[in-house]
Design a protein around this ligand. Structure first.
Ligand SMILES: Nc1ncnc2c1ncn2[C@@H]1O[C@H](COP(=O)(O)OP(=O)(O)O)[C@@H](O)[C@H]1O
Ligand SMILES: [Mg+2]
Length: 575
């Protein structure tokens, strides 16, 4: 390894012209450092000053990311070559740049063609460059970057040049450090602004589309990406499709699906963790599949992806991409994850809202159905019976003596019927004993009545549930039993059913099991019916959950778990 040491050459004296121009370059840099806090400007001026000072043809300033162990080109003394340069990122340890970074020592290449540490030799040769010197820029203990100087003849460093270079590097380090700190402070402020804006949008009245578009724009800006995009799980087909982006696609993304395990997004989908690549096309971890064409068409090089997670499920993917090689930093990743969390909250809120709407719609429908059946009962049954009684009584009024008895007896028996019917109706609507006596007596009564009206034998087991619960909880349990057993009678063709109710101080669990024909729960769930959904909603309202376990041919079990704090004493003691 050729590490530059002060090479004193007898008889070699720096020409005066250099001293003069060196001093000028240093002065200019000094001035700039004092006046500019813009990182890009500082870096460019460092590159230019170094070119003058060290008589280099081309100088690049590469900034180090010590955690990612990567160098990234951030400025060139000749702007025109910026887009042409073959490499703009370089891992620590690789080539002359990477070695200077890794070993924190100066690396000198005298003849690129014969030096294994040289990279992109042909490209440089075509531009008259065959020699290089790479100098690490450190500040206290951290490596800020490296300065890469290149030209057509080997660098020879005498004592004077050595001192000049040392001073220059020290000054560059300070300048770079200040500018970076300033940049970080500015970025933090902007991050806080963007994130606060999103929170306002989510809490305010903005619709989901607007919020997610803001999230994508925020991601592009905060990660300093060329594009940001969001793919979401499609509720119906369960596949991931792109829904939001900050920049027009070169080809229509309509047919683009993200599959688990394929592409970077696919990896994030299967691992649930954020991931990044600085060079998608050459990243061995990535299975390219159908995306190769897309990535080429879009000119995508570096990608950072964060999962949009709702609970333990990935509902979306947030992408930040770059068209030039670059290293997305840990900070970029943190930011993208935070933005993805905002997206998740917005999606969660929207789902909640949609569910509340459908819940109240379901409730209104259920109420309507109930009213219709009451109206039907009142009109067809009770109304007819009353009409019949009226006719009978009228006939009795017109008759004398014994002739009155028959219509009177008929009327009486109709009145008895009527009384039963009205009591049944009122019990179905809400058994008063539920409020007066609580769950176990009410269910015992209900199940007995159910047994006499259907061909299903029902067993009832209860444990610890004899105490009182909150009214909403008691109602929910009763309604769930009512609905589940109505379904058993209506759909299951079962001969037996069991109701189990178990409670401790904190929770209540209910099971209704039948030995009937069973059904495909997923398919039944796809059809909007009030019964099953209503049971689930009741459980959810009380912060509990309801699970239906069934399959064609093996019976059905409905299980509800509800939190069940003890009811307040005043209610429990009520008559
Ligand atoms: N215990 C059960 N046994 C068999 N099939 C059932 C049972 N419970 C529900 N199902 C099926 O699930 C469907 C949806 O039930 P539900 O939401 O209560 O609507 P509905 O009772 O009005 O049809 C029923 O139509 C039936 O096919
Ligand atoms: Mg039903």
């Amino acid at each position: 390894m050729r590490v530059a040491r002060p090479q004193r050459r007898p008889g070699r004296v720096a020409p005066p012209s250099r001293s003069v121009s060196s001093t000028g370059a240093l002065l200019k840099l000094n001035l700039l450092v004092a006046s500019s806090l813009d990182v890009a400007t500082v870096l460019r001026e460092i590159a230019r000053a170094a070119a003058t000072l060290m008589e280099a043809k081309l100088v690049g300033v590469w900034v180090a990311d010590e955690r990612a162990r990567m160098l990234e080109l951030r400025a060139l003394s000749d702007d025109r070559l910026l887009d042409e340069l073959p490499n703009r990122v370089m891992p620590f340890g690789h080539g002359a740049l990477g070695r200077a970074a890794l070993e924190r020592r100066r690396v000198v290449i005298d003849d690129a063609e014969r030096d294994e540490r040289a990279t992109s030799v042909e490209w440089f040769k075509a531009r008259g460059i065959t020699a290089a010197m790479v100098v690490p820029i450190t500040f206290h203990d951290s490596l800020l970057g490296v300065l890469a100087l290149a030209r057509g003849a080997p660098f020879r460093i005498d004592q004077e040049a050595e001192e000049l270079l040392d001073g220059f590097i020290a000054q560059s380090a300070i300048a770079l450090r200040h500018a970076q700190l300033y940049e970080v402070a500015g970025r933090r402020q902007r991050e806080a602004e963007v994130l606060a804006g999103l929170v306002r949008g989510i809490n305010g009245s903005l619709d989901l589309d607007t919020v997610l578009q803001h999230v994508a724009e925020g991601a592009q800006e905060l990660c300093q990406a060329d594009t940001a995009r969001i793919a979401l799980r499609d509720a119906e087909s369960d596949v991931f499709v792109f829904r939001y982006w900050t920049r027009a696609w070169r080809r229509d993304p309509k047919d683009l699906r993200i599959e688990p395990g394929i592409g970077l997004g696919g990896l994030v989908l299967s691992t649930g963790r954020p991931m990044r690549t600085d060079d998608w096309a050459n990243d061995a971890r990535i299975r390219q599949g159908q995306y190769r064409e897309v990535v080429e068409a879009e000119g995508t090089v570096a990608i950072l992806v964060a999962p949009v997670r709702l609970g333990d499920r990935v509902e979306g993917l947030l992408y930040a991409t770059s068209h030039t090689p670059r290293v997305f930093s840990d900070r970029d990743e943190e930011l993208l994850v935070e933005l993805a969390d905002h997206a998740a909250i917005a999606i969660g809120n929207a789902q909640l809202y949609a569910r509340t709407v459908s819940l109240s719609r379901g409730l209104v429908e259920a109420q309507e159905t109930e009213r219709r059946s009451i109206a039907h009962e009142l009109h067809d049954q009770i109304g007819q019976d009353l009409t019949a009684i009226k006719l009978l009584l009228r006939r009795a009024a017109r008759a004398d003596g014994d002739a009155r008895r028959v219509p009177e007896a008929d009327a009486l028996s109709l009145v008895d019927d009527l009384i039963d019917r009205v009591r049944g109706l009122s019990l179905d609507l809400r058994p008063p004993m539920l409020d007066d006596l609580g769950l176990v007596p009410t269910l015992t009564w209900f199940l007995r009545r159910y047994g006499t009206r259907t061909a299903v034998r029902v067993a009832f087991a209860h444990e610890g549930a004899e105490r009182r619960f909150e009214r909403a909880t008691e109602t929910a349990i009763f309604r769930i039993v009512q609905e589940a057993l109505t379904n058993v009678a209506r759909h299951a063709t079962a001969t037996e059913a069991t109701v189990r109710l178990r409670a401790d101080e904190a929770a209540l669990s209910l099971e209704i099991e039948d030995n009937g024909c069973g059904f495909d729960v997923a398919r039944a769930g796809a059809r909007p019916t009030a019964g099953l959904a209503g049971m689930r909603d009741r459980a959810r309202w009380l912060r509990g959950r309801l699970v239906i376990d069934s399959a064609p041919g093996r019976g059905t079990r409905v299980r509800a778990d509800l939190p069940a704090p003890a009811a307040e004493p005043c209610r429990a003691g009520r008559a």
